[in-house]
Design a protein around this ligand. Structure first.
Ligand code: PMP
Length: 369
């Protein structure tokens, strides 16, 4: 049986190979007589799973040795509080760039923990552009500068992370990369801390990844819950509290899947990135040429992961979505704050999924154009 193509923004499609492997190991992991869900997080079996997952992630993302990888919980929304709790004491205030719904939410939460300056915003154009870093009102003495490097709802991506040092700013850059982590390389020379919920490109919901430079540990406010103090989590190898063991195991299978990918001479994350570029080009290429569908995001700000688009008439949405479902194209409804449609085309969605979507888009436009 072929499975439908799933365009959910998250929790999102996982590679079928990974789900098959997890299914085959469900009752008995590697002859241990236990499901991964039934193992002590302190036993040698699970410790080997967690260590392998971390080392594969380090390899895929080329994470430097002076960065800690933390397996946490609470999602990116919890990180909106955990980041300022851990880092705000380093400076007089916190700088936030607003590029869409998620960064708007992040800066709002941070205000509970100190002074926030919004140093750039695309609110005036309805979150459809990325403000040029040269125009950001970077201040002296900020504890950190926060950006959401892929705005899942608005479909905006920072295709290049800002080089704060070159802009005369010494503060560390903090990125919410929940919805494009592991879709392209990360330039760690520009990043102090990266956080991401797992449920788009990494695995099931419940796991949150934090990758943090070591000098940023140990500054938590006294009110910080111990389980959310990065230094305590790091000192306990992410086992201060019981970590989301099954989610870490599945993320580990996804990391191995990424390492196995190839496109021509490209391997691993490079192959994934090339495939993501090809998928996005094919989808936006058709939308632009169609004369029927419309998009709002500026071309240079378009996300490779989340593509919001619109039909020419409100009455067409219901038949569009019903027809898509019968073609095995699932979860294409747009986010309620933006409306319209949204195709999320994360790592696990193959080029064939985009081709199937484009074929349906063409056929629908012919019928209703
Ligand atoms: N940031 C971004 C960029 C997201 O896409 C999401 C989830 N869609 C969140 C934050 C919130 O994540 P969670 O609900 O897992 O806390």
């Amino acid at each position: 049986m072929t499975r439908p193509f799933n365009f959910s923004a998250g929790p999102a499609a996982l590679p079928e190979e990974v789900l098959q492997q997890a299914a085959s190991e469900m009752l008995d992991w590697h002859g241990s007589g236990m499901s991964v869900m039934e193992m002590s997080h302190r036993g040698k079996e699970f410790i080997s799973i967690a260590q392998q997952a971390e080392s594969d992630l380090r390899e895929i993302l080329a994470i430097p040795a002076n960065y800690k990888v933390l397996f946490m919980q609470g999602g990116a929304i919890a990180e909106n509080a955990i980041v300022p709790m851990n880092l705000s004491s380093r400076g007089g205030h916190m700088d936030y760039v607003v590029t869409g719904s998620w960064s708007l939410k992040s800066q709002k939460e941070a205000r509970k923990y100190g002074q926030v300056n919004v140093i750039a915003s695309n609110e005036a154009d309805g979150h459809t552009t990325v403000p040029d870093p040269a125009s950001w009102q970077l201040s002296r003495n900020a504890a950190y500068v926060h950006v959401c490097s892929n705005e899942t709802i608005n479909g905006i991506e920072l295709h290049e992370l800002p080089d704060l040092k070159a802009l005369g700013c010494d503060a560390p850059l903090v990125i919410d990369c929940s919805s494009h982590i592991a879709s392209r390389p990360i330039d760690w020379s520009r990043v102090g801390l990266a956080y991401a919920g797992a449920q788009k490109n990494i695995g099931p919901a419940g796991l949150t990844l934090v990758i943090v430079r070591e000098d940023l540990l140990g500054h938590a406010l006294p009110i910080t819950p111990s389980a959310f103090d990065y230094k305590i989590v790091a000192d306990h190898d992410s086992m201060y509290n019981t970590p989301p063991t099954y989610a870490i195991y599945l993320a580990g299978l996804v990391f191995q899947w990424i390492k196995r990918q190839h496109e021509g001479a490209l391997q691993g994350l490079d192959a994934i990135e090339a495939r993501n570029i090809a998928k996005a080009d094919r989808l936006y290429g058709y939308l632009d040429a169609s004369g029927f569908y419309s998009t709002h995001v500026a071309v240079n700000a378009r996300s490779r992961m989340n593509a919001p688009f619109f039909l020419p008439a409100e009455a067409l949405y219901e038949p569009f979505l019903a027809g898509a479902k019968t073609q095995g194209l699932l979860q294409l409804k747009g986010h309620k704050s933006v409306g319209g449609l949204r195709a999320s085309i994360y790592n696990a969605l193959p080029l064939a999924g985009v081709d199937a979507l484009v074929a349906y888009l063409k056929e629908f436009a012919q019928r209703h154009g």
